[in-house]
Design a protein. Structure first.
Length: 404
């Protein structure tokens, strides 16, 4: 794995990140080379200056003008290439530099000849790279028009191909800007999805730990109290309770480890047996199915009902003060398809632990579990106690959703 990650990290460092500024001098150099290589098309003005057909003063002025043109062009393109848009505060400066670039192109072309018409291509590129899209949409055609008029003024009438190049390359750069913007938005969307996935995983882990530890610690507390009451007169029974506490704590440790690794799926049959033990230890008369019919129940649905049963029994033991509790499993046929329904009803004062102020964390987490499994949860007071009803589909949640 280490050998695999190193080349991948090296490739990531060598890759130029679209829409981001260079991270180090090496990236800045690579970007400069990529931009500067296109200056090769300035060979016509350079050859014109080297031809000797201008006066020394004209050649010197033309050289200075070309150097100024290149400096302004490179400053504009280097700063703005690969950015999705410009800061409003910088727009006046950008507009002034592009205006100076266009003015230099016009002056050099009118004074030195038609060989300098290619400068308008670079003006068009600068407009497409540095200006906002709305500004680029009208300055690029305006650059083409200025090039045609300058060509007519210096006697160059065949400017159609150059005009096409000026317009096309300018709008191509606006397309690059749109691509950069899309890439940045995609990168942000991927970061958001990753954050949401991490939040969902933290929420899942929090639900699992709440359900696991709430049930196990409640049972340990009950058996500890029983052992304390039995210890003076019945040491043998107290020792049995301590052994049960050790067994429950070991199983809780295993469950927590499996929850952290994300591989644990509770089984409904095991939870029914555990519910019988927990209710009996709490001196609650329990009616729990011993051999449930779970044929054809998907794993997701069974796991969701197992969590619901665990939470319901934990609330009965910890909060309700009930003396009787009935657990039942019923298969239902509805318009949305077949469902398996778990009913847990006690004669206590309430099972949420919320002191009448609304559902607790356990019921909130259960509701999310049921919805994720394609089912639902109902919990509330009834005439003689408290009832929790959890319902899950016997088909996949996607199939249930399509029928609904």
């Amino acid at each position: 794995m280490t050998e695999d990650r190193a080349p991948r990290a090296d490739r990531a460092r060598r890759t130029i990140r679209i829409g981001r500024s260079p991270r180090d001098p090496r990236e800045a150099l690579r970007k400069s080379i990529w931009i500067g290589i296109w200056l090769v098309f300035l060979s016509a003005p350079v050859n014109d200056l080297a031809s000797g057909r201008h006066t020394p003063a004209g050649t010197a002025a033309g050289g200075l003008g070309l150097a100024a043109f290149v400096v302004v062009y490179l400053a504009l393109v280097f700063r703005n290439m690969g950015r999705p848009d410009n800061r409003p505060a910088a727009l006046p400066l950008v507009g002034a530099l592009i205006g100076a670039l266009g003015a230099l192109a016009v002056v050099l072309c009118l004074t030195l000849g038609a060989e300098w018409l290619g400068l308008f291509v670079y003006v068009s590129v600068a407009c497409g790279v540095a200006l906002p899209l709305k500004g680029a949409y009208w300055t690029i055609p305006l650059t083409g028009l200025a090039m045609v008029l300058a060509g007519l003024r210096v006697g160059e009438r065949d400017t159609g191909q150059l005009l096409l190049l000026v317009v096309l390359i300018g709008f191509a750069m606006t397309g690059v800007r749109q691509l950069v913007r899309t890439t940045i938005e995609l990168r942000r969307a991927r970061a958001t999805v990753a954050q949401l996935a991490a939040n969902e995983e933290r929420l899942r882990l929090a639900r699992d730990l709440h359900d696991l530890l709430g049930h196990s610690l409640s049972l340990i507390t009950l058996k500890s109290e029983l052992a304390g009451r039995m210890l003076p007169g019945h040491p043998e029974k107290a020792a049995q309770q301590v052994a049960d506490i050790e067994q429950v704590s070991r199983q809780a440790l295993v469950d927590v480890r499996e929850a952290v690794t994300g591989y644990r799926r509770p089984r409904l049959s095991a939870e029914l047996a555990g519910a019988q033990v927990a209710l009996t230890a709490a001196d609650v008369t329990a009616a729990v199915p011993t051999e449930p019919d779970l044929a054809g129940v998907p794993e997701e649905s069974e796991a969701a009902l197992a969590w619901a049963l665990r939470e319901a029994v934990t609330n009965v033991v910890r909060h309700s003060g009930a003396s009787r509790c009935a657990v039942d499993l019923v298969r239902l046929q509805t318009l949305d398809g077949p469902f398996l329904e778990l009913r847990v009803e006690d004669n206590g004062s309430g099972g949420s632990g919320g002191a009448g102020k609304g559902p607790g964390n356990g019921l909130t987490g259960l509701t999310e579990r049921m919805e994720k499994a394609g089912g639902g949860l109902e919990a509330g007071r009834v005439k003689h106690g408290f009832r929790l009803v959890a319902r899950v589909p016997l088909g996949s949640p996607e199939a249930v959703g399509s029928r609904a």
